[in-house]
Design a protein around this ligand. Structure first.
Ligand SMILES: [Zn+2]
Length: 382
């Protein structure tokens, strides 16, 4: 691996709201700390801080520029995923793949199991994407008028959400995809305008004009410059238009469950939050919450573009801050204890303290042969 040393951004304020008030280093590391091979030593240090104003936890050290591009180009290995699935592949679209995808997509989305067509002869991922997005179609369609709306969908997997809005409401949809294969399939299957790739470091919208609704999947979590990204989105929404964010990664994943915080904070997860923090951060960027919920463990939220912006933003209550600081300490200790054996030396300085505190609060116990068993941190005696 040959990761460019430039550029690591070092932020002295919250990436989401700009406040300087924070609890530093609620997690020092991202997922790289659990890997035996890493791009370089600096790549595992993100120094996530908890903002006292909006409550978002953001990486205070984060890659940008050439360094970000390199990590993104090595996306699958960076997040520890290797996929044979052409739909999830970041590989450039070749003539051979194009022909293969065209052939597979020609059978369409609804290929019935009773027809006896092998799953290798069509693209079951198209239906999976339709069903996976139907919950969001239900939420958006129930809460705001969409008839004839102009819609932009950012980070669409296979156009499932936009195709439903077009079918149900005659919405005029354009989509942005991460990978060329997805762009090609969406154009081929649904005939929608599709662009690729998405620059999370220098975000821009490659379509003209304004939109009634902009949908972003897992965007806020990934944005290198969330305030600029939200400003770009806001600029391209008509007055009173809506932003719907979904599949946003929430801290409950490691504060409530015994999942290692290091493991869940992959190197592209630059922000994490609870629902009130996400709502406050969006508020600080000119959006007021209409409806937020959790779908499949992830935040989904509908926000309206506010006209009176900027205005004083809401501050996280002290009791919420203290509770979350405590819970982050518990989760950080558990993440240390869950470090894989071969790389445990990286947390040697933290190990004894983490073990002592976790045994005391009941989130860890020493099992046979000195093996450490961990329990859900939500039950910690703190
Ligand atoms: Zn903040």
């Amino acid at each position: 691996m040959n990761c460019p040393a430039d550029t690591i951004l070092v932020l002295d304020r919250c990436a989401a709201c700009g406040s300087r008030d924070s609890t530093p280093c609620v997690s020092r590391f991202n997922k790289f700390v659990t890997y035996e091979r890493v791009p370089d030593e600096a790549s595992m240090r993100y120094d996530y801080a908890l903002c006292h104003q909006c409550g978002v936890v953001s990486a205070r050290r984060r890659p940008s520029g050439k360094r970000y591009d390199w990590l993104f180009d090595h996306f699958e290995e960076t997040i520890g995923r290797t996929s044979e699935n052409p739909v999830l592949s970041s590989a450039p679209l070749t003539e051979a793949t194009r022909a293969q995808l065209k052939r597979l997509a020609s059978l369409g989305v609804f290929v019935s199991d009773h027809a006896g067509v092998s799953r290798k002869e069509h693209l079951p991922a198209l239906l999976v994407d339709r069903l996976a997005n139907s919950a969001h179609v239900e939420i958006i369609g129930s809460l705001i008028p969409l008839r004839g709306a102009r819609v932009l969908e950012i980070r669409s997997r296979l156009g499932g959400l936009s195709s439903a809005l077009a079918r149900l409401y005659d919405a005029d949809c354009s989509v942005m995809t991460m990978f060329e294969n997805q762009q090609y399939l969406i154009q081929e299957v649904y005939g929608m305008a599709a662009s690729c790739p998405i620059d999370f470091d220098d975000f821009s919208i490659p379509f003209d004009g304004t939109f009634d609704l902009i949908v972003g999947k897992h965007m806020f979590t990934h944005a290198v410059h969330p305030r600029e990204c939200l400003a770009t989105i806001r600029e391209r929404l008509r007055s009173g238009g809506h932003l719907y964010l979904f599949s946003e990664f929430v801290e409950a994943e490691f504060l409530d469950e015994p999942h290692s915080m290091f493991n869940t904070l992959n190197p592209f997860h630059l922000q994490t939050f609870n629902t009130p923090s996400a709502a406050r951060a969006l508020g600080a960027n000119g959006f007021s919450p209409v409806f937020c919920t959790i779908v499949d463990g992830h935040l989904a939220g509908l926000f309206r573009r506010t006209d009176d912006f900027p205005q004083a933003s809401e501050r996280m209550p002290d009791d919420e801050r203290k509770r979350r600081e405590r819970r982050y300490r518990v989760a950080a200790d558990l993440a240390v204890l869950q470090m894989p054996e071969p790389v445990r030396a990286r947390v040697a300085a933290e190990w004894d303290g983490a073990l002592e505190r976790s045994l005391a609060n009941g989130t860890a116990e020493v099992a046979s042969k000195g093996r450490i068993k961990v329990r859900a941190p939500k039950d910690a005696k703190t």
